[in-house]
Design a protein around this ligand. Sequence first.
Ligand code: SME
Length: 158
Amino acid sequence: MVIYMKYDNLIKTVKALFKDEPNTLALLSNASAFLMENIKDINWVGFYLKTKDGLSVGPFQGKVACSLIKPKMGVVGSSYSEGLIKVIPNVSLEENHIYCDPSSKSEVVIPIFNQSRVWGVLDVDSPIINRFDQNLVGFLHQFTLTLTNFIDFNNPLL
Ligand code: SME
């Protein structure tokens, strides 16, 4: 219950942060910084956005990351291709996982939809196995849906 309350407050804060921000680059940059500041035990958070070549890394917080990921490749590419949230409790047990940082131990990827098409994904890594429990995934999903309402899909970033 305490955890739900905490995440509930974060959604309220984030709505205030996103409001009146028409620039999608600024929006995604602050969204990644907001998550890095407010979620404990994560070491990478950011966006991969669809381009003609695959999924290119967008605004993020953390170490240098893989810059282009093909559809179906890794957790990012499979979330994109299937349009599904992917929760990986232990990345060392996941065959279709791309290592960008060996200190990442668990991961969640959440697709961002523009109508029925996946426009990009939110990717979060943790140095702790099994970091992404139902509460945290639920919050990140809610966060992504909130963010989606503020993205200007008519002005592509890439
Ligand atoms: N691990 C991801 C690659 C991106 S990084 O985690 C930033 C994957 O398997 O797709």
